[in-house]
Ligand binder design. Structure first.
Ligand code: AP5
Length: 219
């Protein structure tokens, strides 16, 4: 499966991507994770990206397009991938189409997750992530926050810098202005499908699978 997961900050792209990776054994390409790794390693990319990420702004298109082109060259990506967080602008979407054409790749689905503004703010302020394995939690899964270690690997949990309320507010504005217009770009494609990201995690996952398997079961 080659899938693009699309939607506002906190809607559950990362959560659903991890479930889809288990289902399809695909490569999870999260541009946010790639950038955070670069920031942690203090690489040239990381130092440049940090300036934008800390304020909740998008990293410039030319940097992101180059980064994605590099990742898509890997053998695993050529077979199967879940794209989480890319594209985020119409320029990125056009560049992605051009890359796919050059590589003779077709997408199985563009899944757009829909959310409510207040719920997204609540989710992001309650999000904790495992430093070791990257598992994503909300405080309700951690006994309201009294559980301090990852339930699976025991790793330390942390809160993302850009999950502070003022930055979240700005990230949402950036989404509305620069990323949401992409919906119209993809809506024309018959691979576009919108799902309510406000439902429970398992239900959202099932809706995604139903869509992806639909064409394969109809004979
Ligand atoms: P990125 O890391 O991609 O952040 P984002 O898109 O803002 O999305 P999030 O990771 O915050 O949320 P999510 O939708 O994955 O939600 P999650 O599953 O964690 O990007 C970070 C930054 O990097 C950007 O601001 C930008 O600077 C830069 N960047 C990245 N890509 C870029 C690009 N292409 N171009 C330019 N710049 C780029 O869930 C959130 C919480 O909700 C969790 O606690 C989870 O447990 C909970 N939750 C999830 N689903 C549900 C549910 N159904 N019900 C209840 N709770 C749920």
């Amino acid at each position: 499966m080659r899938i693009v997961l699309f939607g506002p900050p906190g809607v559950g792209k990362g959560t659903q991507a991890k479930l889809l990776v288990e289902e399809f054994h695909s490569l999870h390409i999260s541009t946010g994770d790639l950038l955070r790794e670069a920031v942690k390693n203090k690489s040239t990319l990381g130092l440049e990206a940090k300036k934008y990420m800390d304020g909740g702004n998008l990293v410039p298109d030319e940097i992101m397009i180059g980064l994605l082109e590099e990742v898509l060259q890997s053998d695993q990506a050529k077979c199967n991938f879940i794209l989480d967080g890319f594209p985020r602008t119409v320029a990125q979407a056009r560049a992605l189409d051009a890359m796919f054409e050059r590589m003779n790749i077709t997408l199985d689905g563009v899944i757009s997750l829909r959310s409510d503004h207040d719920e997204v703010i609540r989710r992001l302020s309650n999000r904790r992530i495992c430093k070791a394995c990257g598992r994503i939690y909300s405080l309700s899964q951690l006994d309201g926050g009294s559980q301090k270690q990852c339930r699976v690997c025991g790793g330390e949990l942390y809160q993302r810098e850009d999950d502070k309320p003022e930055t979240v507010k700005h990230r949402l504005e950036v989404y509305l202005e620069q990323t949401k217009p992409l919906k119209e770009f993809y809506r024309r494609s018959n691979r576009f499908h919108q799902i309510d990201g406000m439902k429970q995690i398992g239900y959202v996952h099932k809706q995604i699978l139903d869509f992806l398997y639909k064409d394969r079961t109809e004979i």
